[in-house]
Write a protein that binds this ligand. Structure first.
Ligand code: T46
Length: 132
């Protein structure tokens, strides 16, 4: 499965904490887009898609949420609950996000611009694509 947790170096002092994200250093791709999801209502589940060709790094800068990651054979659940960790998702991975805390801010860095044609939003089509 092409997913991985990346630990960021915490640059803190007695004033508080700071994390720097740098493309092609601790972010392992060229960054073309950043978006963030916040104010997610209780019980909401998002995602329900895979990308044909997109690298993304997801970071909970505040609060927490869960990811279901599915490569068509194995499903794993990952909790993001620290701004010091990023979840790298590359390739054909079905993802769903759930259990958002009210204070959750999920920031995502992506290696390409938004393109609806890159989404597979039908699970059966996803399974046929990964297991031809
Ligand atoms: C992903 C997970 C983690 C845009 O216009 N531009 C954008 O860059 C994005 C990400 C979305 N949109 C539009 C498309 C929809 O009309 O915003 C609306 C909500 O997007 P969506 O329903 O795809 O959101 P999620 O939370 O289901 O999925 C998002 C990303 O789309 C997706 O790439 O991997 O977060």
């Amino acid at each position: 499965m092409t997913t991985k947790i990346i630990d960021f170096k915490l640059l803190g002092d007695d004033r508080g904490s700071l994390i720097a994200l740098e493309e092609n250093h601790n972010v392992p791709f060229d960054v073309k887009r950043v978006y963030y999801i916040f104010g997610t209502k209780e019980g909401v589940r998002r995602g329900y898609h895979a990308h044909k060709n997109l690298k993304q790094l997801a970071i909970c800068t505040s609060g927490s949420c869960q990811f279901l990651l599915d490569d068509g054979k194995i499903q794993t659940h990952v909790q993001l609950n620290s701004p010091t960790q990023g979840l790298l998702i590359e390739g054909l991975i079905w993802r769903e996000m759930y259990d958002f805390t009210p204070d959750c801010v999920l920031m995502v860095l992506a290696d390409n611009y938004y393109n609806e044609d890159d989404y597979i939003r039908d699970y059966d089509e996803f399974l046929k694509t990964v297991n031809p």
